[in-house]
Ligand binder design. Structure first.
Ligand code: ADP
Ligand code: MG
Length: 602
């Protein structure tokens, strides 16, 4: 039998260090968090060799007396919580009492601290977890921690450190998160004697975020709030314009109650808020700051506190999405009005004075924006967006901000003729448009069917024989969270025992689908928060099929009256935002393109 022994403190601290201390940036994170928890208004970080030879963090916070300084270096020594119930409402960064002893166990460590009220301060040296000495000396109030030769006694870990530049970059990015979370804090970073960053205090979240230029040009200012019985859930974000979205998620910073976190739900909520404005595979740049009552979020789920768990993720999700949606809506309205005031545009005249038309369109489009989804192929979507734009659908104009001569609206154009028994040629304001008649009509039909559906209650149809569907064990929680939502969408379901649910009714429009296949696909969608989309996409596909069957076909000759009616209907459909996904319906040409075709531009 192998004999069991209780590990001594030193080795326990080194094991803990394995979780908390990965690299210089993780040391800086713990130390700056402590400084902030101690009420500092100024924190200064200094690195030598990317932090590998030396890290120093100095603050003007509360400081400690000598007795507390000693306790701070003990494992589980913390002033931040006292009992289990405190864990439910943590308002400080720290609470585990592990950081200082862990760091001190894998470095040559010095703590210098002085309480404001005291004349003398305390200095304690610890090398590889062993206290080397303590003395008292007059210092400035506050705390300074020096960490020399990180991992000097754990060569295996030292090997994993990257180049100085990489390590410094990590620290810089970390401090940027702190700067965004704490606009009132003065922060400074010095590396090998050179000042790399200095954040002066002042302003609110948006002011600082703009100053730090984390979201590209003309960023979107997003804000939404939801009241709950426990307090408000507030989402604030500064995000890039859709055209400045990038193919990586790493440029979006997420803060939850001033903690920097990674979180898929938040990322998805932000992307959802962009809806169709975001091309597949693109992510916004910028920063999201979510503030919510501490009791609504569990921060004790990750050793480095880099992940959190929300008690009611559906509220968080909806608030964040709404913040982004609203900001996009405002900016597109503003853009449209800008375009409106151009003399070229108003010269178009015609029955529709765009000055009065746009705001109405914008509202209709905005109300139903959530029906759109951005996961069809990129080329198709780009075209789709361009096609959208011509009819004045709010928001799409972002993509054409650089266009100088505004495009006329389709229903203000002159019908020139039909070619190849399918394409309609239109002309106005130095533009020529070629419209695919069938596709245009299909879109109109789609709009008609869908708005009929939306205006009445969602019909659901009882199944003759209720169907039993297996519920994978790992989907059970998602199902329970999403059940109410499914109900609203027309799926009446109940949990049976032993990993199964029973489906009693389905939305009328989906009555001819295979229920079991549908649910299998639904469960493959990882989170309940995506289920609405999944169901509305399924419905859209059915509607699109119906619309296609009822649309005019290639070969039908259209006269001018019919064409103008189609253009008007198309405008309504586009403005409603209830468009199906699909291929483009219109192609545009400027006069200048004709000129260059015939060499007139040289
Ligand atoms: P935690 O932050 O989880 O409490 P730490 O090991 O990081 O654990 O710190 C232990 C304790 O030391 C803290 O609870 C705090 O009371 C004290 N402390 C650490 N850093 C500072 C600082 N910069 N200023 C004042 N007190 C500090
Ligand atoms: Mg701490």
């Amino acid at each position: 039998m192998a004999e069991i022994q209780i590990l001594d403190d030193l080795i326990v601290n080194q094991i803990a260090a394995g979780e908390v201390v990965e690299r210089p940036a993780s040391v800086v994170k713990e130390l700056v968090e402590n400084s902030i928890d101690a009420g500092s208004t100024e924190v200064s970080v200094s690195l030598i060799n990317g932090g590998k030879s030396g890290i120093e963090v100095r603050d003007n916070g509360s400081g400690m007396d000598s007795a507390n300084a000693k306790l701070a270096l003990e494992r589980f020594g913390t002033s931040k919580i006292r009992n289990v119930s405190d864990l439910e409402s943590i308002s400080t960064h720290g609470f585990r009492g592990e950081a200082l002893p862990s760091i001190a166990s894998v470095s040559q460590f010095r703590l210098s601290t002085q309480l404001r009220e005291l004349e003398a301060g305390t200095v304690i040296d610890v090398h590889g977890g062993i206290v080397k000495g303590e003395h008292s000396v007059a210092l400035l109030p506050g705390t300074k921690i020096e960490v020399a030769n990180l991992f000097y006694n754990v060569p295996a870990r030292r090997k994993f450190l990257k180049s100085d530049t990489t390590e410094v970059g990590q620290v810089k990015s970390l401090l940027l998160d702190f700067a965004l979370a704490y606009p009132e804090l003065r922060l400074r970073l010095v590396s090998d004697g050179k000042e790399l960053a200095s954040f002066a205090p002042g302003g609110d979240f948006f002011t600082r975020a703009k100053k730090l230029a984390v979201a590209g040009e003309k960023p979107l200012e997003c804000r939404a709030e939801t009241d709950t019985a426990q307090g408000a859930v507030i989402a604030e974000a500064l995000l890039s314009q859709p055209i400045e979205c990038v193919p990586t998620s790493g440029r979006l910073r997420l803060l939850v109650n001033k903690r920097s976190v990674r979180d898929k739900l938040l990322l998805r909520a932000v992307r959802d808020g962009y809806g169709n404005f975001l091309r597949p595979g693109r992510y916004p740049q910028g920063v999201l700051h979510l503030t919510l009552p501490p009791s609504e979020v569990d921060v004790n789920v990750h050793p480095q506190k880099a992940e959190v768990r929300f008690r009611r993720s559906e509220i968080v999700f909806a608030t964040v999405r709404r913040a982004v949606e609203q900001a996009l809506r405002n900016i597109s309205a503003a853009n449209l009005l800008d375009e409106d005031s151009s003399p070229l545009h108003s010269s178009a005249g015609g029955a529709y004075s765009s000055g009065r038309e746009f705001p109405g369109n914008w509202q209709m489009a905005a109300n139903s924006a959530s029906y759109q989804r951005a996961d069809y192929p990129q080329a198709v979507q780009e075209n789709f967006l361009l096609a959208d734009n011509l009819s004045g659908v709010a928001g799409s104009s972002l993509f054409l901000a650089r266009e100088t001569v505004p495009r006329p609206e389709l229903n203000q154009m002159k019908f020139v003729g039909q070619v190849l028994s399918c394409y309609l040629i239109l002309e106005a304001q130095a533009h020529v448009a070629i419209l695919d008649m069938h596709a245009a009509h299909e879109r109109v039909m789609f709009f008609k069917i869908k708005s009929q559906l939306n205006s009445g209650p969602l019909n659901s149809q009882l199944l003759l024989i209720p169907e039993k569907i297996t519920l994978p064990e790992d989907k059970r929680e998602a199902y329970e969270q999403g059940r109410e939502l499914l109900n609203e969408l027309g799926f009446e379901t109940d949990l049976l025992s032993a990993g199964a649910i029973v489906v009693r009714s389905v939305p009328a429009l989906l009555s001819d689908i295979s229920v079991s296949e549908f649910f299998q696909d639904l469960f493959a969608v990882s989170e309940w928060s995506d289920w609405t989309r999944f169901v509305s996409d399924a419905r859209d596909r059915v509607i699109a099929r119906l619309a296609c069957h009822r649309s005019i076909r290639k070969g039908r000759k259209m006269d001018a009256v019919e064409v103008y009616a189609l253009l008007d209907l198309l405008k309504q459909a586009e403005a409603s935002g209830l468009c199906p996904h699909g291929r483009p319906i219109v192609k545009w040409f400027r006069e200048s393109e004709f000129e260059s075709l015939f060499g007139r531009d040289v």
